[in-house]
Ligand binder design. Sequence first.
Ligand code: 8OZ
Length: 365
Amino acid sequence: MSSTAHDSLFTPLKVGALELPNRVLMAPLTRNRAHADGTPNSLAQTYYRQRASAGLIVSEATQISAMGKGYLDTPGIHEPSHVEGWKKIVEAVHAAGGRIYCQLWHVGRISHTSLLPDGNSPVAPSAIQANAQTYTSEGFVDCSTPKAMSQNDIRQTVEDYAHAARCARDAGFDGVEIHAANGYLIDQFMQDKTNQRDDEYGGSVENRMRFLKEVVEAVKKEWDSKRIGVRLSPLGHANDIEDSERESLFTPVYRYLDDQAFAYLHVVEQFPGNDNDDTQQQLLKTLRSLYHGVYIGNGGYDADSASKLIAQGQADAITFGRPFIANPDLPERFRIGAALNEPDADTFYGGGEAGYTDYPFLDRH
Ligand code: 8OZ
């Protein structure tokens, strides 16, 4: 393979306040190796430092509050011990010349009573159980039926986002990504299968966007817009999410985010093992045309398809998930056309060093 074939991946890119040396970015990846209290494991310092050659790292999804947790051993960003743990990770990434955003996450109904304080039920816009499973100390279990959030719960949760955003700043992150994708809380408010409220947070598209907007305003109090990104999955069905009118919903969502002058919009465009049909491709394209800032694509890309998309001006950068799990030096491998290590799915979620910090770098002799 010619080493110049992927040039577009190596043109520097300004993303908000940052200058990225390349467009091969690390996707947020849930790895379930944090301590039970949400403090990141010190092994994560090695894991993220090894991947510091990414143009930008987006951290694994990180809960903003104890009620925002939905899986075993995911990290948080709401307690002093979380800030201290992340600070060491951020310092390790910076010392290795990298940049890292914190992905702010609340799972909403995708959780289980055993994962929540005092055995509480998960919270969601409406009390509708997800036809989905989560992972607990007992293994995979059905998600618990959530409690519909009161307006007071909503106010508290928005405040939790602000607090977590402040904690992320204290930890030294370069920015924050608001996780509004994959059927978690913000997505649950936006889409009508999960939001059947009859107050000002439900019903019309404008009402269903209200929670997103309140979260955005809360995060903007703590971070400059140039250091905020948002992740969406307008085609996704993960976690039993659905809307009866996706184009009517996501058109104003994209327009609203376009007006924000954020660092970027990050879109999960495709899901592993699930090719988009023509209607989905068309929707993605229609929505794409509404966003004028930095656009980051995600989902099943390789060096060829990513560099082509960027060369054609359809995306500014691409995040890679599985390839980054298995190849800490992914940008260099793409640059020289080297072979890739294969990811081992058995060690994606949970465990220790195996399948986490032990994937080999290229042997440079
Ligand atoms: C895989 C397993 C658990 C959570 C997402 C945060 O889909 C996740 C996630 C992925 O956004």
